[in-house]
Ligand binder design. Sequence first.
Ligand code: COS
Length: 398
Amino acid sequence: MTDGPGRAFALTAAQERLVGEVRELAREVLVPLVAGGRPGRVNRELVRALGDHGLLGRLLPADPDGPGASAMELCLLREALARESTEAETALALQGLGGHPIAAAGSAAVRGRYLPELAAGRAVAAFALSEPEAGSDAGGLELRAEADGDGFRLSGVKAWISNAPEADVYTLFARTTPGARSRGITAFAVPGDAPGLGGEALELLAPHAIGRLELDGVLAGPEQVLGRVDQGFGLAMATLDRFRPSVGAFAVGMAQAALEVAVAHAAGRRAFGRPLAEFQAVAHALAEAATRTQAARLLVYEAASRYDADPAAVGVTAAAAMAKLYATETAQAVVDQAVQVLGARALERGHLLEHLYREVRAPRIYEGTSEIQRSIIARELFRATVGPGAKGGEEGPR
Ligand code: COS
């Protein structure tokens, strides 16, 4: 990703081209499809278009044994889409998050069944980790997977699962060994039409396809296990290491979009006989927003590059946490500042900033809250200083 000395985090010409092409595709093809979707429901035409135009194929290999996108490419796609359409961005991201564990750890049968469909956008994936009583404390999840013949029978509830209950396949984490916390969790690929699987849609602040799942004795054969029995927690964490920088990229895209609206407004709008840009309070606020957005972008690129160099290297988890933490907190502040610069018009229903103001809130919660990211960073910090076993705060994760 280097482009010569002194430009360690400049994009290459090929990366710049990709970003430009994705933004154009979003404006011309994806945004009109978003308009035709039903708020709060999976937009299958949009997912199909993401497949038809090759974006999903960059994330998930259509050839079950082929390579997926790099973490850096994932970030570039997400940032570029977020500049144009948060709905298109989210549809892409969810397909990647739900599909990645299948690509990384699925049996040949499961990879062969789902990856070509997911990459083409003909099937929709979801990542089902959270439960009503286990959000941040993912190791405490309780959805049961009891042995049944050579397979398992799954019962329990998942909550706030994006794309639920409409997804065609769920990467679902369940408890195979009671009382063993993170050492007793197994990941499964569960088809959306499995007998005993039901659910309902939930309505959130920003409309997304998201819902609750109820499993009542859903049967899963041994070939549906992703990775190894009782080792699903590591797969969940490794998936989040890959996706957290890209949540940061989504946030950077939103921040950049908000910043551009605010700068254009401040340059053109006059008050008290001069443009807003000539008021130092406004100019400095926008300077600060631009600086923080660029810092967030660089943290995101750095975390993604580290992951691509070696996903298991020391420092990858903390870098992912820093990128997600800083970028999502920054985006919230930048969007809020942009609203302040535009004033009441930014609050009108349908204004881009009104939309971003609602969209920007959830990323500080999902894929690990800001508090969890700080705990992860602190744990790594103290581990590096005083050795393994150190905790980053009394209630921090081990
Ligand atoms: N990659 C691979 N393995 C990892 C890992 C990572 N990034 N982080 C932890 N693990 C492993 C640990 O090595 C440990 O393995 P062993 O039992 O073999 O030693 C195991 O997982 C448990 O780790 P830890 O003790 O750190 O788990 P905790 O229960 O203390 O909590 C946190 C870990 C808090 C980091 C985790 O629960 C988390 O990320 N929570 C947020 C969940 C989340 O993002 N939810 C949103 C759902 S997706 S929208």
